[in-house]
Each structure stands twice: as C-alpha cells, then as structure tokens.
Design a protein around this ligand. Structure first.
Ligand code: 13P
Length: 239
C-alpha cells in the first residue's frame, strides 16, 4: 500500500477545514494517509484522529523566534511527521541545505519523522544535471547523520517544475530518479529508503503513476485540498 501525504500549503479557510475533516472522517487513523495542514489547523486534525504532519519547522529551539514553530512545540501538539527542504521554503524563505540538515537533526532528536523534499529545476533537467542536483541535496541534508538516523527519514522527489504546473516527468524518468536515490542510500548508508513522488499528482494521473514499481507513495499538494479528489486518489492507491 502506498503512503499518501497531503501538503495543504496555505490553502483552505477555517470553515473549509471543518468540511474537509468531516468528509474525510472515514479515513481517520489510516496509517498510510498523513495530512500536513496549515499549522493553525494542526490541533483540529490531531484531535480528530488523523496522523498529522507539519509543513515546515524552525531550525531553532523554542525561544525568542517570532513566527516560528519549534520542534518541541510541534511535538507537544501531537505532530509525528514534518516536511523539510520544500522547494517553496528554499526559494521563498532562503532555506539553505545547512538549515535543512539542522532541522532534520532536531526532528530526529524528538523522534518526529522528517520528510525531506528534493528536486531539480527545469533548467537543471534540460542540462542533464537532475540526478547530480538531487543527490547533492540528499548528501547535504544528511551531513553527519548515521545510517540509523538516515533510515528514519522519508524522501520526497519533487521536481520543482512539476509543482503546481500540471506537468510531470514520464514514468521512466521518475523510476530512474527513484532508483538512483535508492542506490545512493544503499551505497552510502546501507539503507533501502522510502521514496515518495510529488508534483502535480491528481486523480487523472494517479493510475498511470501507480504503474511505477519503485515508489513508496506520494506527496500531494493542490489535490489534497479537494476532498473528493483526495479520497479518490487514496482509493486508487489502496491496492
Ligand atoms: P502540487 O501537487 O500542487 O503540484 O504540489 C506538490 C507539492 O509541492 C507537495 O509538497
């Protein structure tokens, strides 16, 4: 069964979240479905019985950091996963690979599972550098991590050019990238790795994506905010 992670970004109002939770109530406590809502709604998902994640986390410990969410805080409200290194955070908030590495270490210290996002730009793909870029991102994010810790991190391959665009790589290209990531993890850490694909996953392309045999799940943005579409995707990933 595939792991389905919904990254709801900063979509949905309070009322829309209530409707979403009500309609999704039949999948509460499904261990393979995880929702990362906007942080103001985390508590509602946790108390409704969903496995809940965070879309980002502070690189600092709790303290005088206005606007930040510390790892200790997200742990205290029952968050069990956190996305790190998302390309939108790297771009909009200048997250460096060192920051991503710090966040991963802090999360693992508190036993929260990091979901590390990696992916190339269109230009990097066209120049034939996609694999190098992705493996470099992984190498930087895993700096100083032992194989025992690396084993606990999920990786989401999200080509930047596929996020929110409706454009996705071919199945062969996804399969090829996932194989390279898995090979890298085996060679360097003797870890097999859990790899998700993200970028324009929707109800129309999910059947075709499900034909790729080496991916372990999906990180879904826009389509995870549309409750019926999200339910259909979950359904199609049951087998
Ligand atoms: P979309 O599914 O909207 O392309 O977003 C993907 C994403 O960024 C998930 O983290």
């Amino acid at each position: 069964m595939k792991l389905i992670v919904g990254n709801q970004k900063s979509y949905l109002s309070s009322t829309e979240i209530d409707i979403f939770i009500e309609k999704l109530s039949n999948i509460q406590r499904k261990d393979n479905v995880l929702i990362c809502p906007s942080s103001i709604y985390i508590d509602r998902f946790v108390s409704s019985g969903f496995v809940t994640g965070c879309q980002n986390v502070s690189k600092y410990k709790s303290g005088a950091y206005t606007g930040e969410l510390s790892v200790e805080q997200i742990k205290s409200v029952g968050v069990s996963f956190a996305i790190v290194g998302h390309s939108e955070v790297r771009k909009n908030f200048n997250e460096s690979i060192i920051d991503t590495n710090t966040k991963i270490i802090r999360l693992l210290d508190e036993e929260i599972v990091p979901i590390l996002c990696v992916g190339e730009s269109k230009e990097e793909r066209d120049e034939g550098r996609a694999k190098d870029i992705v493996l470099e991102q992984i190498e930087g994010a895993f700096e100083d991590l032992s194989p025992d810790l690396v084993k606990k991190v999920l990786i989401a391959y999200e080509p930047i050019w596929a996020i929110g665009t409706g454009e996705i790589p071919t199945n062969d290209d996804i399969q090829d990238m996932v194989s390279s990531i898995k090979e890298y993890l085996i060679d360097n850490y003797d870890v097999s790795g859990i790899i998700l694909y993200g970028g324009s996953v929707n109800n129309e392309n999910i059947d075709e994506l499900n034909e790729i045999d080496n991916i372990d799940g999906y990180l879904i943005g826009g389509a995870s905010t549309k409750v019926y579409e999200f339910l259909q995707i979950i359904d199609k990933c049951e087998n």
